[in-house]
Design a protein around this ligand. Structure first.
Ligand code: SF4
Ligand code: MSK
Length: 647
């Protein structure tokens, strides 16, 4: 197949799609064809079905078609409301994930399935929240911290705790805009209320409400998810792993772990290492149990255990098509309902575990945290016992995998930086070396590349082209989510990739001993990125918006990405999107998001579907921010950098 016709950067994906065609199995590419053109009103965001007088589709073109819904809502109102609801939905997903982790911390005990793995981090958080720690049992402290965390969801008064971690000028901006987030659930409820029929009909006001809600995600739910997961499951450290469907094993029980919630996946990892389970696998004729991670659960277990990465969001059907998977075990989010019919074509069991995400046609085995390990063993046993049903003639395991280093928590990044600077300056570690090389222009800037895959683009092409071009231009990249997995598969999370970097970034990577693209975890872990940026801003005594830093979501598809993008812009960091959001039906909303929001937050959205042009826009913006930083810090001007092609 010619390269342009391939649906993905990876030839093996096209081979698996071909296998599906030959076997008469429907995939998302068939459904994409059947769908033909998308609904134009939906694409522009001008369809409202909030009340039963509608649905109302208003025309984005003046003088053509209905200009207002039955109630009088304009395109601006409808688009802004739809956007806000996306933010609320994304926020609910990330935050509810964190709520589950908080519950698990609350039930943690010394001899239980869930324990405190990072006591230092727990104590630090307890002190931040003024929880007494002296002379107390660590589990008493853990339970009190968990209770405070759970109260962040519904406390009746005041604002969230974590926004206090932002640089002082940023906190002031939020206060002045009236968008300092209150309780997480309250912010989500406020969006649902304000967007209901007969409420907010002012685009800017609606978007401010959406911004506050997004901040309750970034500086609330997601941040809790990261912090509490590190406490219960351990703060990740860099480790080697492998990525792509070639990690599946011919002679082992292959289990695909897909979804987001580490409360389940951590227990599945423990169950798969249990001697009883290993013995059972041998009894059914397998040489062992092989776990492969997918989507953010894949990120969670690779960063803490080095579990191999089987693939990204768009490879979930392709993984089943290998015919070599005994069970796909899922929890919540990003799970295709099509896994039910597609697993039916093979011996593969599709096991749902959460009451929040049951799927028709799946085997549902509810995961019970109270008896977590037993529950996980029950699920793993199903997979093992299914090994004997594998049909060898249907098996095709692609011969493709890459080496990757994953699992850089912020603590791990700081530890690496300490190799360069005497840690005795600051016993907690320091971001000084990072701030110094950014200030001096050795690194032109930094980019956080995050997010999903989207059938509207060639899979992973945008992720990889953007990453390669940025590092060639001395922009260090941190990455999470499926973008991180794309990088792992392309070999960009390895030290071999240093040769693709510009001279400045090469020097930094060699000195600090890091790859030029750093894996920072799952989607909730985007909070690691905003904390790292805030630490550098604090160190330099500036605001986030003064730094030559960008956020990028080249192939996003999820409502969670809309929530993330909005909290990143609200945190003062520009966001570059490779897929146009459904807002183009309102020139007002487009103008706010891509222009006027900068007056409020110091950052804005940029949208361009051509990844190379999008990268040029990022590089230009980074240079603009460099000039701003030089002025703010009274630095000597460094020569402007002209964009270089990827190496
Ligand atoms: Fe139509 Fe207004 Fe009802 Fe929306 S809220 S469906 S625009 S009448
Ligand atoms: S898993 S939200 S496809 S990054 Fe977080 Fe990947 Fe996007 Fe799901």
């Amino acid at each position: 197949m010619s390269e342009e016709k391939m649906v993905s950067l990876n030839a093996i994906d096209d081979q698996l799609i071909e296998k599906a065609r030959k076997e008469g199995i429907e995939t998302m590419w068939d459904r994409d064809k059947a769908m033909k053109a998308r609904c134009g009103f939906g694409e522009k965001g001008v369809c409202c079905r909030i009340c039963a007088m509608g649905p109302c589709r208003v025309s984005p073109v003046e003088g053509k078609g209905a200009q207002r819904g039955i109630c009088g809502a304009t395109a601006d109102t409808i688009v802004a409301r739809n956007f806000a609801r996306m933010v609320a939905a994304g926020t609910s997903a990330h935050s509810d994930h964190a709520r589950d982790v908080a519950h698990v911390l609350h039930m943690a005990s010394r001899d239980g399935n869930y324990q405190v793995k990072d006591e230092k981090k727990l104590i630090a958080l307890a002190q931040e929240w003024e929880v007494p720690t002296e002379g107390r049992d660590i589990y008493d402290v853990a339970h009190e911290v968990a209770e405070i965390a759970l109260n962040e969801f519904g406390k009746p008064f005041g604002t969230l705790r974590f926004p206090n971690r932002a640089p002082a000028p940023r906190q002031k901006i939020w206060e002045d805009l009236g968008i300092t987030p209150r309780a997480i659930d309250r912010e989500i409820a406020t969006v649902m209320h304000s967007t209901s029929v007969g409420c907010t009909a002012d685009a800017e006001s609606m978007l401010r409400i959406a911004m506050r809600t997004s901040l309750s995600n970034g500086w609330g739910g997601s941040m809790l998810g990261t912090e509490l997961s590190d406490i219960v499951f351990g703060t990740s450290t860099p480790r080697m792993t492998e990525a792509n469907l070639g990690v599946l094993e011919e002679k082992q029980v292959n289990i695909l772990l897909h979804g987001h919630d580490p409360c389940l996946s951590e227990m599945i990892v423990a169950a798969a290492q249990d001697p009883e389970m290993i013995k059972l696998a041998e009894e059914v004729g397998a040489e062992g149990i092989n776990l492969g991670g997918m989507c953010c659960t894949g990120n969670e277990v690779t960063m803490r255990h080095g579990v191999k990465i089987a693939g990204t969001f768009y490879q979930q059907e392709l993984a089943v098509l290998t015919g070599a998977i005994e069970a796909v075990i899922v929890d919540v989010q990003c799970i295709f309902p099509s896994l039910a019919p597609i697993t039916d074509c093979y011996h593969t069991k599709f096991i749902t575990t959460s009451p929040k995400a049951k799927v028709e046609g799946a085997t549902h085995i509810e995961f019970n945290e109270e008896v977590a390990l037993e529950s996980a063993k029950k699920i793993v046993r199903e997979a093992i016992e299914n090994y004997k049903n594998r049909k060898q003639e249907k098996v095709f395991i692609p011969n493709s995998k890459s080496q990757a280093i994953t699992g850089y928590s912020n603590e791990a990044v700081v530890k690496q930086l300490d190799r360069v600077v005497n840690s005795h300056i600051d016993p907690q570690g320091t971001v000084k070396p990072l701030a110094d090389v950014l200030k001096a222009g050795v690194l032109r800037g930094a980019a956080g590349i995050v997010g999903c895959n989207n059938i509207k683009t060639k899979h992973e092409y945008s992720h990889i082209e953007i990453m390669k071009k940025l590092i060639a231009n001395d922009v260090i990249v941190v990455t999470t989510g499926c973008a991180a997995q794309a990088a792992a598969k392309a070999g960009l999370l390895s030290k071999d990739a240093i040769k693709l970097a510009g001279k400045g970034l090469q020097a930094v990577c060699e000195l600090v001993d890091i790859p030029p693209i750093i894996h920072l975890g799952s989607c909730v872990d985007n909070t690691r990125i905003i904390r790292l940026v805030s630490a550098v801003a604090d160190h330099l005594g500036v605001d986030n918006s003064d730094l030559p830093v960008v956020g990028v979501a080249p192939e996003w598809m999820s409502e969670k990405a809309v929530a993330i993008g909005t909290y990143v812009v609200s945190s003062g960091i520009d966001v570059f999107l490779g897929i146009t959001p459904p807002v183009t039906g309102s020139p007002e909303v487009v103008d706010i998001l891509t222009n006027r929001i900068e007056d409020m937050t110091g950052a804005k959205f940029f949208v361009e579907e051509n990844p190379l042009k999008l990268t040029d826009m990022m590089l230009e913006r980074i240079e603009e921010k460099r000039i701003k930083l030089e002025k703010t810090l009274n630095l000597e001007a460094v020569e402007k950098h002209e964009p270089q092609p990827a190496l």
